[in-house]
Every structure is written in structure tokens, then in C-alpha cells.
Design a protein around this ligand. Structure first.
Ligand code: SF4
Ligand code: SF4
Length: 746
């Protein structure tokens, strides 16, 4: 019998390794066919720490405690049960095999049995979650809507088989005297005690059956994993190791073509602008696609998906993956790409029968299989032209970053979406028509509103102190901060109240600052997020030139900018270094908070401070991890903070990011209404925020709800700076007064 079990065990293993090896080589070749990507191995120490915390510590998954713990135990089950498989293969050769040195330790025996039980409990928890979240019942509100649910159940079943076959083989080994552990392996020994009455001969047969079944299940599992979304078990650690390493979500990356940054002043005629085909993605992009676990955490948080838009970040990644895999014969299989015009696309009306995973929003399913149509279909296009990603999907994204923040395997959805937008804008000139006006305004007037540059200082009219405007070349040495007003602060009536309040607070605190007045132009954020890198580069270069002159001769640490706009904050501080503009940029809530701590601003708490809820701007919170300073300021101003259910890193976008501020929202519920409904439900009288664009969106939403009678008329949207100013002036001549959104500052 020993000889047979050795032959069967090794034979099955050899066959599996051949199949697995072929698949691994195919996957490796496919991902290597992507474009080069740089900087994925820099900061080795930080990467190792990320590997330790995210992969071994499962830190991202543990943000949701119940599924997180279940996954934690399953992951560590895979790690610890490797020792059981070493013992199992050893037992093929010698029934009394034990791992050298540690193989008879009661501690190891206990850990093996304990983790196997924990895995069993975890798969029961997963099963309950899947039943409760069943997409058949919950449709779009299920995070598994669109995922391969059948495959997930198969995996749970296979894991269950790993556990029971382990206890069968170890129990029988215990009963027949072959288990390496005399104590510790409490379940195996317990099963052994139950089996002992069957006798030595029967238990030796059961030992062999259990052992071969245990090995067979693992080999089957290996093949299923390599051919399914559970591929993430192997590729997730690599993907996490290769992630971008900024704090928060960080900047968008400069445009590269074949691994070289594009020179927009003199581009090469062969340069690829953005991603127009799946093979234009870098190897890291392709690894992202292959790594998706289909867990749906990104979809669950996406403001577009949650308001009935066709965009699901999960489905975008799945569609790109399925298209990449289906197109593989043309990329690495030696199959010739069809000649241009040689293939007529079927002209699908709607997704029709091709609904991928039963999801009408999914574009891949419009054309399936690896036929010639797959090779030539557009990456972005409507159902009529067989596009993999629908334009309505692409343009619904607010670049809020909730998907990236949530993704347990660090997939970089926003980069991929913006890269596809770049191709659409720069090569195809295909974008929502409203964006055309915004682009023209940026080119001709230097701001998305199309206002005259001469009106940039109108916000300061009527203030009872003088706002110091920088004149000349470099800043005087005693000036500490450049106060960057931004286009919203300069031209939007409501945002002007924020910059007026901030200027007054800086004035009261005695901060020596200057504003640039007409020297400012748009930072280029809306152009970049909408894919128009060309306009971004023009505006950014202009600003960097101005700022480098202003700060000339100042060392790092003294090139300080404060701004009230998180988009300017992000672009000036995180993206201008790409153009050699290096400044220390703070958001006004950070500076004001410091001034309060330094007692340069002393708010007076009211006796009946208003109840306030705070909306986290995505480009302040998730993109730059500034969560506490605005909240501390709300508290310092004497207000009571009441959080919305979705706040901080799970905050819901207002709907304006990703240049959505400049596009019509004609599908589903408006994102700003979704957010305002959540704010109204807190039953507070003030909605505070720290972003001019959030403020516009929330104010619009509140106005709509007030007109429908669904919000109290006295509820108002304010910037945190206004709350603080009210606290600082409390008891004075202008006691607690703030510019209300319905009053004119001039
Ligand atoms: S960035 Fe925000 S809107 Fe865009 S796909 Fe991700 S979660 Fe959805
Ligand atoms: S959160 Fe990440 S792994 Fe999960 S479905 Fe979304 S992209 Fe895939």
C-alpha cells in the first residue's frame, strides 16, 4: 500500500505541476507584455513594512472586522497548513515522517489543529456573508453583484475539503501510531481516539485514503486558483509589493510612453498618449487586473455606483482583465492582429445576451471569446461599437479614491481611469461636450469659469483690513506664507466667503502672508483629472515658473503656501514636484488648527454651540490623509460634531471631483443629493466642509432639498474657517456672525 500511495501521490503532483507550470508561464508572459513601469521597487524598507502589515497583518482587510478576521484566519491557515503538507508529502515516503527539529513539538501540533478549526469557522462566516449579500436578492446593493459567485462557493467547498481530509488523515495516523504529535494536536488526537476502535488495519487504510484525498484536494485547489479570480492568493503579495507608496492616494503620475515621460513641448510621433488599447497598460496595470479578488469593497464605496451610475470600479477592473486574457493570443500567442478594416464588429445594440456575469453595466460581455473582434474592439466605446468600457462608465468617475483606499490588494483604479480618459481626450477628442467649454476657459482665461483675470481680487472687497498682495519678483524675507486663493476662492460667491474668513483669521493671528492676486492661474487640476494633460502641463508650468520666482533663494522649509482648496493643495504640493516645483503646502484647516494650538487664535465657546456635521473633501481626506485638523477646529469653535455614517476614510464624495463639477449628471441620483440626504439625517443645523467645490455641491443639494421641503430652512453649509471665525469673534462687535451662503459679501 505504501508503494501505491507514493506512486499515486507523486503522479498526481507531477501532472498538476505541469498544468500549473504552463498556466503560470502564460500569466507571466502576458503581464510582462505590458509597458514598462518605473519606481515600483524604490523604498524597499517601506515596501517590506507594507508587505508585513497588509499581507501578513491583513491590516486593510481588518478595517471591516468580521470579514477581516475571517480572511486573517484563512490567510494564516494557508501559511500554517503548509507544514501539514510538508508532513503529508513526507508521509508518502515514510508513515512516521516528522519535520526535522520542530516536527514533534506539541506547540506546532496545536497551532496546526487550531488554525484548521479557525479556517473552518471562517468559511462558515464567509458562507453566511455570501448568503446575506446574495446578488440575486440584493442586486446592485450587494458588493458581490457582478462577481463570480459560483467560483467563490467552489473555493469555500474546496477549503472545507482541505480541513476535513486533514483531520481524517491525521486522526487515522494518530489511531495507527503514525502521527508525529503525542499531544497538542487536540483535534487530530480526538479524531484518532474515535477511530481507534476500528483497529490498526482499517486505520492504516483510512490514513492512506485521507492522505491522498488531502493532497488531491490541494492539487485541485491549485489548478482552480490559477484559472480563477482566486489567483490573488499568489499575485496579491506581488501586487502589494509593487504598489505606489505615497501618503494617501498621492499625485497622478506623469504621462509616459513606453516607459519614457512624454515631452509635451516636443512629443515623439510614436508616443502613446494614455491607454487606447489594453496592451498600452503597464505590466503593473495588467497585474492589477489579474489580482482583483472580486470582493466588491470598491464597488460598495463608489459614489457613482451608489447613485445608480453604470460605473463600478470592480467591473472596470474585471472587464479589463477579461479583455486582456481574451486578447492574449494576439499579444503573446503569436496570432497576427487583423489588418485594419478586415474585421467588422458585430454592432451590438445593447449588451444583450452578452451581459457579463449578468450585469448590464459590464462592457466585456458585449464581445466574448478570443476571435478577431476581440483583437480590434475599442477599449472605450458604446455598446454599438463593442467597447470594453462604456463612455458613461469612464466619465462617471469623480476620482474620489474610495475604491483605491478600500481595495485590499492595492489596485490603482483611478490611475487606470484617468489614463483611459487621457487617450479619449488627447487622441480621440471624445469627451462630454460640457468639458469643451471648461477646456476653452482654462486655455483662454486661466480659470474654468471663464472669468476675467482682472476680477481675481474681487473677493477681498469690503474687508475692513487690507489683504497684502505680492508685488515684484521674490517674496520679502519676513513673509511666511503665500496664501493661494484658487479659482473657486476668487470667482465663486460661496467660496469667496471661505477665503475672506481665512484671510481675516490670518490677519487676526498676525500671520505675515501675501496673495498673488492676478499672478495666479488655475493649478490645472480639472484639466488633469479629465484627461487633458496638455492643458494641465501649460497651466502647471506657468504656475511653477511664477512660484519658483516668488520663492527664489528660499531653502526648503521656507517655501510655504496655504490654500483653502484641497484640489490646489493636492496639485501644488503633490503634483508640481513632477515639474520641479517644490513647496510646503498646507491646507487652511491645518494652519488654523496650529494657530489655535499656539493660542494665536482664541475661539470662545458658546453656551449653546451649534450642532455641526463635517463632510470630508476627498482631496483633503483620502488623497492627503488630513482628517483630524478640521474636526479639531469644529470642536475648538465650540460646536458639537455629529458624524455622518460615511465619514473620514469612508467619506462619500460630493460629486464634484475628477472634473465632474463641470459635467452634467444625467444618470441616476445626483451624488450631491445622496450626500446631503446623509447630512440632513444627522439633524444638525450646519454642514461644515473644507473645500470650495464640496461647498458648491452641498449648497446646491441643500437648496434642492429645501425647495422640496425635506430640509430645515435654517440649515446652512459653511467652511470650517467660518465656524472658527464665528468662535473667535464671539462676544465682540460682530459676535459669532458668519457670511451666510445666501448673503453677498460685497
Ligand atoms: S474614484 Fe470614486 S468614483 Fe471613481 S471609481 Fe473609484 S470609488 Fe468610484
Ligand atoms: S476592492 Fe480591489 S480586489 Fe476587491 S473587487 Fe475592488 S478592485 Fe477587486
Amino acid at each position: 500500500m505504501m508503494a501505491w500511495r507514493l506512486v499515486i501521490g507523486l503522479g498526481l503532483t507531477a501532472l498538476t505541476l505541469v498544468i500549473a507550470g504552463r498556466r503560470i508561464w502564460w500569466l507571466y508572459s502576458l503581464i510582462r507584455s505590458g509597458q514598462p513601469d518605473h519606481g515600483r521597487s524604490a523604498d524597499l524598507g517601506k515596501r517590506m513594512w507594507t508587505q508585513a502589515t497588509e499581507v501578513f497583518g491583513q491590516s486593510k482587510l481588518l478595517k471591516r472586522p468580521i470579514p477581516g478576521l475571517a480572511h486573517f484566519f484563512t490567510f494564516w491557515g494557508f501559511v500554517l497548513l503548509l507544514t501539514v503538507y510538508i508532513e503529508a508529502y513526507g508521509a508518502l515516503f515514510d508513515p512516521d515522517f516528522a519535520i526535522p527539529l520542530i516536527g514533534r513539538s506539541a506547540v506546532l501540533g496545536f497551532l496546526q489543529d487550531f488554525i484548521a478549526l479557525a479556517v473552518l469557522a471562517s468559511i462558515i462566516a464567509f458562507a453566511v456573508m455570501r448568503i446575506r449579500q446574495a446578488p440575486e436578492r440584493r442586486h446592485r446593493s450587494s458588493r458581490f453583484y457582478g462577481s463570480h459567485t459560483g467560483g467563490a462557493w467552489l473555493i469555500l467547498f474546496l477549503i472545507f475539503n482541505v480541513v476535513w481530509t486533514m483531520f481524517l488523515y491525521r486522526g487515522a495516523a494518530s489511531a495507527s501510531g503514525h502521527l508525529p504529535y503525542e499531544s497538542g494536536a487536540f483535534v487530530s488526537i480526538g479524531v484518532g481516539n474515535l477511530l481507534a476502535p476500528l483497529g490498526q488495519g482499517v486505520n492504516e487504510v483510512l490514513d492512506t485514503i485521507g492522505l491522498l484525498a488531502h493532497i488531491g484536494v490541494m492539487l485541485g485547489f491549485l489548478i482552480v486558483v490559477l484559472y480563477s479570480k482566486h489567483l490573488h492568493i499568489f499575485v496579491a503579495p506581488i501586487n502589494v509589493a509593487g504598489k505606489r507608496m505615497p501618503n494617501g492616494l498621492g499625485p497622478l503620475l506623469p504621462m509616459e510612453s513606453r516607459g519614457k515621460e512624454i515631452d509635451f513641448e516636443d512629443p515623439d510621433e510614436n508616443d502613446i498618449f494614455g491607454r487606447g488599447t489594453v496592451e498600452d497598460f503597464t505590466w503593473k496595470g495588467m497585474l492589477d487586473f489579474a489580482t482583483c479578488t472580486e470582493c466588491g469593497r470598491c464597488q460598495d464605496q463608489c459614489p457613482a455606483w451608489n447613485t445608480g451610475k453604470p460605473l463600478s470600479p470592480k467591473l472596470v477592473i474585471m472587464d479589463l482583465r477579461d479583455h486582456l486574457f481574451a486578447k492574449a493570443p494576439y499579444l503573446i500567442g503569436g496570432q497576427d492582429m487583423p489588418e485594419e478594416g478586415a474585421v467588422t464588429l458585430p454592432g451590438t445594440k445593447e449588451a444583450g445576451d452578452g451581459h457579463h456575469h449578468g450585469v448590464p453595466e459590464s462592457g466585456y460581455g458585449r464581445i466574448t471569446g478570443s476571435g478577431a473582434e476581440q483583437a480590434v474592439r475599442p477599449l472605450v466605446g458604446t455598446a454599438e461599437v463593442g467597447g470594453v468600457i462604456d463612455p458613461d462608465v469612464l466619465w462617471s468617475c469623480t476620482t474620489c479614491g474610495a475604491c483605491v483606499e478600500q481595495c485590499p490588494v492595492d489596485i490603482e483604479h483611478v490611475d487606470h481611469i484617468v489614463d483611459m480618459r487621457r487617450y479619449q481626450v488627447l487622441i480621440e477628442s471624445e469627451f462630454p461636450t460640457e468639458l469643451g467649454t471648461m477646456f476653452r476657459n482654462l486655455e483662454n482665461k486661466g480659470n474654468p469659469w471663464g472669468q476675467n483675470q482682472s476680477a481675481r481680487m474681487d473677493w477681498a472687497k469690503g474687508l475692513d483690513f487690507e489683504v497684502p498682495v505680492h508685488e515684484g519678483e521674490t517674496l520679502d524675507d519676513d513673509v511666511e506664507y503665500l496664501f493661494w486663493i484658487g479659482c473657486a476662492g476668487a470667482f465663486d460667491e460661496n467660496a469667496r466667503k471661505t477665503v475672506r474668513a481665512t484671510a481675516e483669521l490670518l490677519h487676526r493671528a498676525g500671520v505675515n502672508y501675501r496673495v498673488l492676486g492676478q499672478g495666479e492661474t488655475c493649478t490645472g487640476d480639472p484639466a488633469r483629472r479629465s484627461g487633458n494633460e496638455f492643458i494641465f502641463q501649460i497651466l502647471a508650468q506657468q504656475n511653477v515658473e511664477t512660484l519658483n520666482t516668488v520663492f527664489e533663494g528660499r531653502e526648503a522649509g521656507r517655501r510655504k503656501i496655504v490654500t483653502t482648496c484641497p484640489h490646489c493643495f493636492n496639485t501644488l504640493g503633490r503634483e508640481y514636484p513632477q515639474l520641479d516645483g517644490h513647496y510646503e503646502v498646507v491646507h487652511h484647516t491645518q494652519l488654523l488648527n496650529q494657530l489655535v494650538r499656539d493660542k494665536k487664535l482664541v475661539p470662545v465657546a458658546g453656551t449653546d454651540g451649534p450642532d455641526v456635521t463635517y463632510h470630508d473633501p476627498c482631496y483633503l481626506g483620502r488623497h492627503n490623509e488630513v482628517y483630524s485638523p478640521p474636526r479639531e477646529l469644529v470642536g475648538a469653535s465650540g460646536a458639537q460634531l455629529s458624524e455622518m455614517p460615511r465619514h473620514a476614510d469612508r467619506g462619500l464624495c460630493c460629486g464634484a471631483g475628477g472634473a465632474r463639477m463641470w459635467m452634467e449628471e444625467h444618470i441616476g441620483k445626483r451624488v450631491n443629493l445622496e450626500r446631503v440626504d446623509e447630512a440632513i439625517a444627522t439633524d444638525t443645523t450646519k454642514i461644515a466642509t473644507g473645500c470650495p467645490f464640496c461647498r458648491v455641491m452641498l449648497t446646491d443639494g441643500l437648496t434642492t432639498r429645501e425647495s422640496e421641503g425635506e430640509a430645515r430652512n435654517q440649515t446652512e453649509v459653511l467652511d470650517v474657517a467660518q465656524l472658527l471665525l464665528a468662535g473667535v469673534t464671539r462676544g465682540g462687535p460682530s459676535d459669532g456672525q458668519v457670511d451666510r451662503d445666501d448673503s453677498d459679501p460685497e
